[in-house]
Design a binder for this molecule. Structure first.
Ligand SMILES: [Zn+2]
Length: 173
């Protein structure tokens, strides 16, 4: 998996969105930049100054099997075994191996927490998923990513880290 900061490297977005008009490209970059600001502010809420693998918010993430997406995460934690990751992604609908007949993008947000099982399994567990959204226009997809990021941040600020951690424990297996 390769991860690069969209803010730092300003990569071509056609790899995710297909053909873009210059005005759509500019509008999407503006929205992605807004999301970077939101993610960094959310990281500050947890006393951190970085979001995503590149540290600046949204990353372009691609894997050797050909899938590519725009994604980020904010990590919060009490200590090394009590980490909660808040993740957002925008990915083409072909990401999971099917053959959609129209262009589309799926927006996903989820909360993953370090295993708190009595018999430690070593995984992070997905403890919450926001309802995913599918868009058929690139600008709409970017707007949906911004909206879902705002919803995820709201959730993250409204509940203590302990709430998400206990969902990754035995009483919720
Ligand atoms: Zn576990």
């Amino acid at each position: 998996m390769e991860t690069s900061s969209i803010q730092k490297l300003n990569p071509r977005l056609q790899s995710v969105f297909g053909i873009l008009t210059p005005s759509d490209d500019a509008e999407i970059r503006k929205i992605l930049s807004d999301i970077d600001v939101m993610l960094l502010e959310f990281a500050h809420f947890f006393g951190s100054n970085h979001a995503g693998g590149g540290g600046t918010g949204l990353d372009l993430v691609w894997i050797p099997s050909g899938q590519i997406k725009i994604s980020s995460f904010v990590g919060a934690g009490l200590d090394g075994d009590h980490i909660v990751d808040f993740t957002v992604s925008l990915q083409p609908t072909w990401f999971y191996g099917d053959f959609p007949t129209e262009q589309g993008w799926e927006i996903i947000a989820e909360i993953n927490a370090d295993c708190q099982h009595k018999v430690y399994c070593g995984n992070m567990h997905c403890v919450y998923e926001l309802p995913s959204v599918t868009c058929t226009h690139p600008v709409d997809a970017a707007i949906a990513l911004r909206n879902m990021t705002a919803d995820l941040i709201q959730l993250g600020k409204n509940k203590p880290i302990e709430y998400w951690l206990q969902l990754a424990g035995d009483s919720h297996s």
